[in-house]
Design a protein around this ligand. Sequence first.
Ligand SMILES: *Cc1c(COP(=O)(O)O)cnc(C)c1O
Length: 339
Amino acid sequence: MIDLRSDTVTRPSKKMLEAMMAARVGDDVLGDDPTVNALEEKAAEMFGMEAALFCPSGTMTNQIAINVRTRPGDEVICHRFSHVYYYEGGGMMRNSGVSVCLLDGPRGLITAREVEDHINPASDPHRPLTSLVEVENTMNKGGGACYDFGELERISAVCRKQGLKFHLDGARLFNALATAGGTPAQYGSIVDSVSICLSKGLGAPVGSLLIGDKSFIKQGRRVRKAFGGGMRQAGYLAAAGIYALDHNITRLAEDHTRARYLGEILKSMPYVEMVYPVETNIVIFKLGARWSAREFLDRLKENDIHALSLDPRGIRFVTHLDFTEEMMEQVEQVLKSLA
Ligand SMILES: *Cc1c(COP(=O)(O)O)cnc(C)c1O
């Protein structure tokens, strides 16, 4: 089976499993799992920040960041299609009782100008108090779009000037770095917190990290406990994360090459109406009148290829480290045969 549904479908490699099995572990809720501590230190250092917190999912790292940075009734500025709003089960409203101000930029990206225009004046008690700005890089529902670093610097400057906190959902930040350049530390220097996922393009089975300053992470640790995310001998999972950070970052460029190639093939298929620009490992395209998304997914499935539909006409392919060159050739053949 060829699985293009998401980059979360990867299985740990033999070497990753060996690293996991060899991990030294302790009880992380008591703070003495040496492998979790090593992963947290490594991530903090990469981003030039003080501390990090290992969590079961990227939803949890985002939700913890929102919970620490807001009080009930506060407002969070984010894009309408941001993962924190659109794909986390209503978590921010449910867990933190916050209000949202949803922005509408193209491909899921927001600008400093729009952020500035939507901050409620703290002096006006009628309006919810704006306390947090959230951006996503790469932007999942925006087809893996990347921010221009300069725009993020400008958003950061607006946040500092207005006393707001700035959270980066970097579930696929390493994909953004592979395309747009830059280092994790550059991003660490302009935000108050970052969340990264080890279980997406980096190939770990489980795990995300929340990174920020010491006092923020200390508060986050309490929230993680309250959300039920404290894990005990989590070093087995953290070992996979360390392996992923050491071995699976530079190869992301291969996923991007394959995604771009898929995009090129799709562009010339008569049943495809349009393909969104392919910047990273996500390919989103719209079908013409011939098939609905459901029918097209069935055609693919008959050929052992699995993908996801985003809406009645939209299909998403995501490339990843278990999607090989041979599979790529097979997909190319199938796509062409369907024409
Ligand atoms: C996948 C993802 C997350 C976290 O998802 P989990 O499945 O909870 O780990 C967060 N943000 C974005 C943009 C994502 O794509």
